[in-house]
Write a new protein. Structure first.
Length: 472
């Protein structure tokens, strides 16, 4: 992380100006005001059919100003940091939240001591030409893995964000957030049939994330399992046991359960878990976590977008719902400390409670024993997309990769099926958790009014009964 003066210079402001802006924002009454400054550089490069077919670079710069007054939020932003324009934005935010405050106390937070994502070489220091050998090496490695590959598409993107946050508690917090992402898609052809496979990696790292090991890892993942993909069939559907594979299947945990633990949904009574805090929601021994402290993880942050230090939050502890995930607003409403989950897409957006890295901790069962315990069911290791109703908890997810389980063995690869269930019921119906937690480092992005980078994870987990949509 850079020194404080770097950020003050980047945004062309001083501490007295910061104080003046928050005072202006509170001029019409209010409990709290904060400023969110951002300077982000974005870069991407696409390799297709052996040539770079597109690329781009752009920057984003500005400040968002928020005023909180009871249940009211005033928000405005400026795409420059000229004092006159920032004062106009502060006045606009103040007018939106006009009225006297209610004396609500927004808590001060402690600065973070350690950087979760130290950078060896910043993306801003490299030219586009420097990344071409990497993309071509990825393409060559994928073609070399399988003779059925007919096309490779590789995309490299990166960003660096300098952010500075100041609030009416006189807290000044600064952070520089790197992000590097690589996505590879391979198209295969066999006997007139075409299939495609994708693999991705994303980390809060600098150029040092590009290594020969990463090339090999991506090439291996994007070609592994293609035989099963060509052989896959649509099975007979029905009610059956479902084994969630370790890693990417954690997206179901994120979507079907994690969103229902976000405090704004619960504060407004919109979540199925709104009245279940402190109650048992799944078997003992199960712990579900939202973690902002995983080093180099896509969803991590030294601070959230309200200047609150990152932490590891246990939402479910030994089967009991022990915490929602909070921004400052919901934390104040519940009378608890914020959990570092106030996040926003950029300075144009108001922060709201959002997940970071959401996962279930390992249990004590061996994955092979879990599969062996199932007489008839389905094993899922990757989902594509789905739909969730936060209020009711009902979900539908489409299976991208999986197998039938028959008499304790993985048999026929499956496709064109979906998994249907209810989040709270699925949690209650967990009967085994593996000892193999894996956090998936793909390019996961969560959309809830606005988009933020996240990650997810899961150990191998057995749910006793879900509906599998297939052939009749």
């Amino acid at each position: 992380m850079n020194g404080t003066q770097y950020y003050l210079d980047t945004f062309k402001v001083g501490r007295e100006q910061l104080r003046q802006l928050t005072a202006t924002a509170l001029a019409h009454g209010g409990d709290y005001s904060d400023l969110y400054f951002e300077y982000t550089t974005y870069f991407n490069l696409l390799l297709k059919d052996g040539v770079v077919s597109s690329g781009g670079f752009h920057t984003d710069y500005g400040v968002g100003i928020r005023v909180l007054k009871g249940e009211k939020t005033g928000y405005a932003y400026s795409e420059n940091t000229e004092m006159a324009d920032m004062l106009k934005a502060a006045q606009a935010a103040s007018a939106i939240a006009r009225g006297t405050g209610n004396g609500r106390a927004y808590q001060a937070v402690t600065d973070r001591a350690a950087d979760l994502y130290p950078v060896t070489k910043c993306w801003r220091e490299s030219s586009a030409e420097a990344f071409l050998p990497f993309l071509k090496a990825v393409e060559k490695a994928v073609f070399g893995k399988d003779g059925r590959v007919v096309k490779v598409i590789a995309r490299l993107s990166n960003s660096v964000s300098d952010v500075m946050m100041y609030n009416s508690l006189d807290e000044l917090t600064c952070d520089t957030r790197p992000m590097g992402s690589i996505t590879v898609t391979a198209v295969f052809s066999q006997n007139g049939m075409t299939e495609n496979m994708s693999a991705s990696r994303s980390f809060r790292m600098g150029v040092e994330m590009i290594t020969p090991e990463l090339i090999d890892e991506l090439a291996e993942q994007v070609t592994a399992g293609i035989d099963a993909r060509f052989e896959a069939q649509r099975p007979k559907g029905g009610q059956m046991s479902v084994v969630m594979g370790a890693g990417a299947s954690g997206i179901l945990l994120h979507e079907a359960m994690g969103h229902a633990f976000e405090a704004d949904f619960n504060r407004k009574g919109q979540s199925i878990f709104a009245d279940k805090l402190g109650r048992k929601v799944c078997p003992e021994g199960i712990n579900v976590v939202d973690d902002g402290t995983v080093s180099f993880n896509r969803g991590s942050g030294n601070y959230d977008d309200e200047g609150v230090s990152a932490e590891k939050t246990y939402m479910i502890t030994d089967g009991v719902l022990t915490s929602y995930i909070h921004d400052r607003v919901s934390a104040s409403w519940y009378g608890v400390a914020p959990t570092g989950n106030g996040r926003r897409e950029n300075f144009r957006y108001n922060p709201i409670p959002r997940m970071r890295a959401t996962y279930m901790e390992s249990g004590n069962a061996a994955p092979e024993d879990i599969i062996a315990s199932v007489k008839h069911g389905i094993y899922v290791d990757e989902f594509s997309n789905g739909q969730v109703k936060i209020g009711e908890g009902d979900f539908t997810f489409f299976v991208k990769s999986g197998y039938m389980i028959e008499n304790g063995r993985l048999t026929m690869p499956v496709k064109d099926i979906n998994i249907i269930g209810n989040g709270p019921q699925a949690l209650a119906d967990i009967i085994a958790v593996g000892n193999d937690l894996k956090i998936d480092n793909g390019t996961w992005t969560c959309g809830k009014e606005q988009s933020v980078p996240v990650s997810c994870g899961m150990p191998t987990t057995l749910i006793s009964s879900l509906v599998v949509g297939g052939n009749q």
